[in-house]
Design a protein around this ligand. Structure first.
Ligand SMILES: Cc1cc2nc3c(=O)[nH]c(=O)nc-3n(C[C@H](O)[C@H](O)[C@H](O)COP(=O)(O)O)c2cc1C
Length: 271
């Protein structure tokens, strides 16, 4: 069998976890291990296809309690062809709400058999306080152990039933996106918010090359012409700390989360 770690990961948390699960699984089963990163637009041009001898660990961050909606067409194009699939989400200490169950549904709709699933707390994309510095060593060890446990189940033929129904979350007909609120409890729309750029930007173009939506102008990184999903790749990756948000609604939402969701959350595994 072949093990694939497949992920979208603008600030690296999902990558760390999905690779750790894949490492545990492939080591336990002594089989070959492959990595497929679809964070950049150019990596989402081909259709990903697997077959029944593959085990796929598929990971995305949680965005507004769901699978990132801008990725849906790509995820729904994946063909699993009866491969064994392990959906994984990372979330920034608020909640993964319906995202893991939604990702499991996508895997099954694409022809995969969901043998396990996991939700891992990880530093919030737009905060350094929420789940700060996670995944930590303990999280990575748990992810590796989870992979080994799955490997053990596959070797014993103890996994060929779907675990989708045991995954927490609402069914596909009642799911909603989490909506940020202002100080009076009114919904705020942050969809049009984009980062600003300080004069300390040295035009190294790192942000241009790493924006998952190719939204930053290729000649002038201070111009963000396209859609921004607030993934914070450009903010956390900038070596000059030159990118920042100044939208008051967005900053309120960040502070609100940092006040309400500070206590350490547990990893949740399903198998
Ligand atoms: C726009 C946006 C919305 C998010 N929504 C949630 C959420 O609903 N719940 C949560 O706990 N974390 C949320 N997060 C945090 C990310 O899921 C988390 O930080 C994730 O680990 C980032 O993964 P990455 O490092 O692979 O990019 C959100 C992040 C962004 C950018």
């Amino acid at each position: 069998m072949r093990v694939f770690s497949v992920y979208f990961s603008p600030t690296g948390n999902t990558k760390t976890i999905v690779l750790a699960v894949g490492k545990g699984l492939s080591e336990k089963m002594s089989c070959s291990f492959y990595e497929k990163n679809f964070t950049l637009l150019k990596d989402r041009e081909e259709v990903f296809s697997f077959d029944k001898d593959d085990i796929v660990i598929l990971g995305t961050p949680v965005i507004a309690g769901r699978v990132p909606n801008l990725l849906l067409p790509f995820l729904q194009s994946m063909r699993f062809n009866k491969s064994l699939v392990v959906p994984v989400v990372t979330f920034g200490n608020r909640s993964y709400d319906d995202a893991l169950r939604e990702l499991a549904d996508i895997c099954e709709d694409g022809g995969g058999i969901v043998i396990g699933a996991g939700a891992f707390p990880a530093e919030h994309s737009f905060s350094t306080i929420l789940a700060s510095d996670r995944p930590d060593d303990n999280d990575i060890s748990c992810a590796i152990e989870f992979g080994k446990k799955l490997g053990n189940m596959v070797e014993k033929n103890d996994c060929f039933h779907s675990v989708s129904d045991s995954i927490k979350g609402r069914d596909r007909y009642t799911r909603e996106y989490y909506k940020p609120v202002d100080s009076r409890g009114n919904h705020i729309d942050i969809r049009k918010v984009k980062p600003k750029t300080k004069d300390s930007c040295d035009y190294c173009m790192w942000c241009v090359e790493h924006c998952p939506l190719e939204s930053i102008d290729k000649k002038d990184p201070k111009l963000i012409a396209g859609i921004c999903m607030k993934c914070c790749s450009c903010i956390k990756g900038c070596h000059r700390n030159a990118k920042f948000f100044d939208d008051e609604g967005f900053l309120h939402h960040k502070r609100d989360l940092e006040e309400k969701f500070i206590s350490r959350k547990d990893i949740e595994l399903f198998y």
